[in-house]
Design a protein around this ligand. Structure first.
Ligand code: G3P
Ligand code: CA
Ligand code: CA
Ligand code: CA
Length: 289
């Protein structure tokens, strides 16, 4: 049997929402097709309005089960259990594995080829209530901000390259000494005070608001990937940083998972180290521009 592959027109879309916006000048927020350099097409969300628009959704970090500690769905930490021998966990912060779909990005983890393909300058982050419909992502966000000084240029233009330089790996560094970049943010919804309603009261003593921080270590050398809205000052960062490697020594694995130790003093209680229910039940969406 011979399979004949005829000539067919190949469709190529812009590489990013920023390119798309430049082509058309003005477009609404919504779902658009983009293409990678090798010609793969994918659908994602473009924020075409915030601070001039051109923001491409490349990933979402969703905690599907706060009680599941490094179990199924903990793709941004480990789905392989709390294990010292798997120090990078699933390794998705610095590999080319993709998963999820844009329309389910508020209901499950999402990572598209833009995460490693797009060469960007800045980032925007949205905390969106779990399960929100695409049209409601922006209006229902509990916290939104962006960077504005082209920091990504110094780190290879995207998170894939940044995390190659700052591995999210247990025992690859220690608290304070090996903290990755902390970048100042501009709030699009919320402010410094919002953080204290989202993260626990004990956590407030351990961070400075107004930043996004990439790769930091806690007291026990567990690696956390992203601290949204802040720069850590203390070392109990597992209560306000997300994603991570595959091993958390404290509490026999109770801090292992996409939202780490957000539930240390109870689920959604917002007491002591615990984050609020609204924070625990919101997905973290990452955009590039
Ligand atoms: O991260 C907090 C932990 O290190 C101390 O917790 O329960 O002794 O207050 P706890
Ligand atoms: Ca989990
Ligand atoms: Ca997840
Ligand atoms: Ca701790």
């Amino acid at each position: 049997t011979t399979i004949m592959l005829g000539n067919y027109p190949s469709v190529s879309y812009p590489k990013s929402c920023k390119e798309l916006l430049h082509l058309y000048g003005c477009l609404p927020d919504g779902l658009y097709f983009l293409s990678t350099s090798s010609g793969t097409s994918y659908l994602t969300f473009c924020d075409m309005t915030t601070d001039g628009g051109g923001w491409t959704l490349v990933a979402s970090i969703h905690e599907n089960n706060m009680y599941g500690k490094c179990t199924v769905g903990d793709r941004w930490s480990s789905q392989q259990g709390n294990n010292e021998n798997v120090p990078e966990g699933d390794g998705n912060w610095s590999n080319k594995v993709t998963f999820g779909t844009v329309e389910a990005a508020s209901s499950d983890d999402f990572k598209n080829p833009g995460y490693y393909e797009i060469i960007a300058e800045d980032m925007s982050v949205w905390h969106v209530p779990n399960g929100a419909n695409v049209d409601n992502w922006k209006p229902s966000s509990i916290f939104r901000y962006h960077t504005q000084k082209n920091f990504l240029t110094q780190y290879g233009g995207n998170l894939y390259n940044l995390y190659k330089a700052y591995p999210v790996r247990y025992n690859a560094g220690v608290c304070h000494t090996n903290t990755g970049p902390s970048i100042p943010i501009v709030y699009d919804f919320g402010n410094d005070e919002s953080l204290s309603t989202l993260y626990g009261p004990n956590s407030k003593r351990e961070y400075e608001p107004g930043y996004i921080t990439f790769r930091a270590f806690n007291n026990e050398k567990a690696a956390l990937a992203l601290c949204s809205g802040l720069k850590p000052k203390g070392c109990n960062i597992e209560h306000f940083c997300i994603g991570g490697g595959g091993f958390f020594a404290e509490g026999s694995g109770r801090q292992c998972g996409d939202f780490a130790g957000f539930d240390w003093n109870g689920y959604g209680t917002h007491s002591q180290w615990s984050a609020s229910k609204e924070m625990t039940e919101s997905v973290v969406m990452l955009f590039y521009r």
